[in-house]
Design a protein around this ligand. Structure first.
Ligand code: AMP
Length: 557
């Protein structure tokens, strides 16, 4: 166990929960977790003021799991969430933290899916029920006793539930629960309507609020980019093309993310390394020294690992994962703009984290402007500028040293100096895309694809029954085919595992493999159309994370 996990160990959570938290890669509790976990573990009612991105889900999920009795096969905890999307997210979080608790099951109850299997899962003894209020009320109409054993209730994003018109449903649900239950309410804001609920339905609640004091940030130019979580790596790679940086630090939340991102950067030729709480002190010092003297240009770190890091060369900070609170944001971006120099800080924001961005803007008293991903033209301009910069110092005396050789080669080959220079350029640039068309082809992201929000439109429709947001399909590059495997994140698969397996066993070059998308229950990989059947046969018996890969061509119609 690393020193940092001591932070979670101090809560005295059930050892199986602690083990799962450590396996997830969390290094230390966030501020809201520090404050809420002991209160909920002790059985108190609580009002927590926190938004998405603060780690609030674990702040209630860990102590609730601690308090349930896995031996009892009946609903013991009910989590209410405003949307199907959030309900699924919370249910997945519970499953992750309960991974090492045999016998604990979680059921997600939401509209748009058949009711029968949901009710069956509840009756079969799921201890944790995560539900949207509308659908839960439908269940209550069929079986009013279904919640009678629940002794922990969590209202997640209570203000959103009220905004979406769930007030009446909430009252029905309160009535169906034992009055002796523990109630925990999380809300980003505490308007009068929420206070009134707390007044009526919570008993002597303790209040938890992350204190935010105004912070000043000077000499640092800040910007944010809206992006889906699974597009962060490609967004980072696009941004790096056009940002003129000297040294750069990227912040992510988990140890695994430091490793994944650092290896993605290395694969693209950047001098990058990971810094996390598992890395021994002497190795950590070597990484920092290397960043100082230019042997490294990018460090991908967790907050814990970056403590005390002071490297004047750092011109840029990328917040790839959202910090837990504004103080930590200010602290992170303070790594740049040292010694009176100018610095630049970029924050990646997923649709659900927009509110956290507003909090950061409020606390720092500064607007964090929105930027878009660079388009193909900007990438081309940046690549040509870099090439110009690297070649122009060489031109000065090259003619005197290599001019005669050039004359001889053009004569021997029988080509013009322009043809030979072009051939040398192709070699020197390593077949890098240097035309608009070629860049457009290699880009995995549609430029300027700010994602739409993931909340339902407030049209008065039942919010948890609408269609799930569909993402714009990612266009497939010419000559590539999309393949699918049934292995996904829930099988412990990351993109690099798939990449490694296909590279090793398929004998392909890295460039031959396109975008890899890992979803929860499946993954998609772009492979060359040419020779695909042969490749799939070759990979027939390949195993990843102990499971058969079984890659098949995927057709999206
Ligand atoms: P939430 O605010 O609950 O939506 O959590 C935001 C993200 O932070 C989720 O992806 C969590 O997995 C992650 N997270 C929560 N707590 C921690 C922690 N202590 N260390 C690292 N990541 C965390």
């Amino acid at each position: 166990m690393t020193q940092e996990t001591g932070g979670f160990a101090a809560f005295n959570l059930n050892p199986n929960i602690l083990a799962a938290v450590i396996a997830t890669g969390y290094e230390e509790p966030s501020a809201i977790q520090h404050q809420s976990i002991p209160i909920i573990m002790a059985g108190h009612d609580m009002i927590g003021q926190a938004q998405t991105g603060t780690g609030k889900t674990a702040a209630f999920a860990l102590p609730i799991l601690h308090r349930i009795d896995p031996a009892k096969r009946e609903p013991q905890a009910l989590i209410l969430a405003p949307t199907r999307e959030l309900a699924l997210q919370v249910a997945t979080a519970f499953e992750t933290y309960a991974k090492q608790m045999p016998g604990v099951t979680v059921v997600a109850v939401y509209g748009g899916a058949p009711m029968g299997p949901q009710l069956k899962a509840i009756r079969n003894g799921a201890q944790i029920v995560v539900a949207t209020p509308g659908r839960l009320c439908d269940h209550l109409r069929r079986d009013e006793k279904v919640l009678s054993t629940v002794n922990h209730l969590v209202l997640d994003e209570a203000d959103e539930m009220l905004k979406l018109g769930f007030m009446d449903d909430l009252e029905v649900i309160f009535k169906a629960l034992p009055p002796t239950r523990q109630t925990v309410l999380f809300s980003a804001t505490l308007p009068q309507s929420i206070r009134a609920i707390a007044e009526r339905h919570l008993r002597d609640p303790q209040h938890v609020k992350i204190q935010t004091k105004t912070q000043t940030v000077t000499a640092i130019e800040q910007a944010h980019l809206l992006v889906h979580a699974d597009q962060k790596t490609s967004a980072v790679l696009s941004l790096l093309e056009v940002e003129d940086f000297d040294a750069l630090i990227m912040f992510v939340r988990t140890k695994q993310a430091t490793l994944d991102l650092a290896s993605a950067l290395e694969a693209k030729g950047y001098k990058a390394a990971a810094l996390n709480g598992d890395i021994a002190q002497n190795q950590r010092e070597r990484v920092i020294e290397s960043l100082k003297d230019g042997r490294l240009d990018i460090v991908v770190a967790t907050d814990v690992a970056a403590r005390g890091l002071d490297v004047p060369r750092i011109t840029h900070v990328f917040n790839v994962d959202m910090p837990y609170d504004p103080e930590s944001y200010v602290h992170r971006i303070g790594r740049t703009g040292r010694a009176g120099r100018e610095g630049r800080a970029l924050l990646l924001v997923t649709p659900r984290e927009r509110r956290m961005l507003q909090v950061i803007e409020r606390v720092t008293g500064q607007k964090v402007a929105e930027v878009r991903l660079p388009d193909a033209q900007a990438v081309l301009d940046a690549r040509i500028k870099k090439l110009t910069n690297s070649l122009s110092p060489l031109v000065a005396d090259a003619e005197s040293t290599h001019g005669d050789l050039l004359d001889r080669l053009t004569a021997d080959i029988g080509c013009t100096p322009r043809a030979l220079a072009a051939a040398l350029l192709r070699k020197a640039t390593n077949a890098q895309a240097l035309t608009l068309a070629a860049i457009e082809k290699e880009r995995p992201l549609v430029p300027n694809n700010a994602p739409r929000g993931d909340r339902p439109e407030r049209t008065g429709d039942r919010p948890d029954r609408g269609d799930r947001e569909r993402r714009a399909p990612v266009p497939l590059a010419e000559g590539r085919a999309r393949c699918r495997t049934a292995l996904g994140a829930r099988d412990g698969i990351a993109a690099k595992n798939l990449l490694g397996a296909i590279l090793n066993e398929g004998g392909l070059a890295r460039e031959a493999i396109g975008r890899i998308q890992v979803r929860d229950s499946f993954s998609l990989v772009e492979l060359p159309e040419d020779g695909l059947e042969r490749l799939l046969t070759k990979l027939k018996d390949t195993r990843v994370a102990g499971k058969q890969l079984k890659l098949r061509r995927y057709r999206e119609d």
